[in-house]
Write a protein that binds this ligand. Structure first.
Ligand code: HPA
Ligand code: ZN
Length: 344
């Protein structure tokens, strides 16, 4: 146990930039929604479901993640899901969240994209006043489905584009390179959306280069496999391309064996613009501050490094200049006496 002699600093203010709202579905809420919607889950209860959260790779996680979306049926279900996340995120120091959602995981089950966006908006519209968390929504295409489906999804999102700040690319990475989605990314750019993509999680470093050069993305989600290619690292450093890294996710999906072996310290050392995020916190053992704490405990990250990670999260976010300045000022003012040290 850690003993604190000085004032206790709360969690650092930070932005969360890599968070799938469907991945915040806690087992208890899954069962509550299943009951409300009269859906049978093939688990006896929340504890048995939680016990099933043992994954061998990305696909084994995705199978369960998509299965559980069945409980999300109505606008209120999506609002309740987002409320639960935002309340937890606020308690972990999150002051701004850019939230992925997977419309195709819902439209494939007959739930209209309007139900998803209106439901999420019902929560997000009040997030700043209720939780002190500003938000953005990132529409993410499922890369293991055909590119035509992504184009149709973007067209279906037409009436809701004023609610959406960016598009992303997720789901099974290997065998589905970014270039497959060149046309829909061009269309999203033309519609005024910002562009991000998952790349270099399980997929090779070449997917990161392709996401930058073919899709024109501004941020890379995960990106940890860039470390296999020194030339790519040099480019990411030179261009200060943000990487939204998710340490707990990387361990749970076996992209990294142990947190103690995570490349994040080497990434910081290389000068990469790294941020830390929770990805799918219900499934991966913790929310964003839990990831920060894990990095401190398993890898010995210093207060200064954790503060840099928080700072990077604001620099890499899609907020406007005024909000960015406000968030950076809040971080600068936060706990000038770090936790765990006596006041001098
Ligand atoms: N990778 C790919 N697809 C996903 C993830 C992820 O980490 N989380 C939810 N969908
Ligand atoms: Zn992700």
């Amino acid at each position: 146990m850690r003993h604190t002699t000085g004032p206790i600093a709360g969690p650092l203010p930070k932005a969360e930039l890599h968070l799938h709202i469907e991945g915040t579905l806690e087992p208890e809420l899954a069962f509550a929604l299943a009951e409300r919607n009269r859906i049978d889950l093939p688990y006896a209860g929340p504890e048995e479901l939680r016990a099933a959260y043992a994954f061998s790779d990305l696909q084994s996680f995705l199978d369960l993640y998509y299965q559980l979306t069945a409980v999300l049926q109505t606008e209120q279900d999506f609002a309740d899901l987002a409320d639960a996340y935002l309340e937890r995120a606020a308690a972990q120091g999150v002051r701004h969240a850019e939230i992925f959602f997977d419309p195709q995981a819902h439209t494939a089950r007959g739930v209209d994209i309007g139900t998803v966006v209106r439901g999420l908006a019902r929560s997000l519209d009040h997030s700043e006043e209720r939780f002190g968390v500003s938000t953005g929504l990132i529409l993410s295409f499922l890369r293991d489905l055909p590119a035509e489906d992504a184009l149709k999804t973007l067209a279906d999102a037409g009436p809701y584009l004023d609610r959406i700040s960016a598009v992303g690319l997720d789901s099974a990475e290997v065998g589905h390179p970014p270039a497959k989605f060149a046309e829909v990314y061009a269309a999203a750019r033309a519609a005024g959306l910002r562009l991000v993509a998952h790349a270099g999680e399980e997929g090779p470093p070449g997917y990161i280069t392709e996401a930058l050069d073919v899709l024109g993305v501004e941020r890379i989600d995960h990106g940890i496999r860039c470390m296999e290619d020194p030339q790519l690292v040099a480019r990411l450093v030179a261009e200060q391309i943000p990487l939204t890294v998710c340490p707990f996710s990387n361990v749970r999906l076996r992209c990294v064996d142990r947190l103690e072996e995570h490349p994040l310290p080497a990434m910081l050392e290389a000068g990469l613009l790294v941020t830390v995020n929770s990805d799918d916190p219900s499934y991966f053992g913790g929310y964003v501050e839990d990831n920060f704490r894990g990095l401190r405990e398993a890898l010995g990250l210093t207060d200064e490094q954790l503060r840099l990670l928080a700072r990077n999260s604001f620099l890499a976010s899609f907020v406007d200049d005024a909000r960015r300045a406000e968030l950076l000022a809040e971080l600068d003012a936060h706990a000038l006496v770090p936790a765990g040290r006596p006041e001098v």
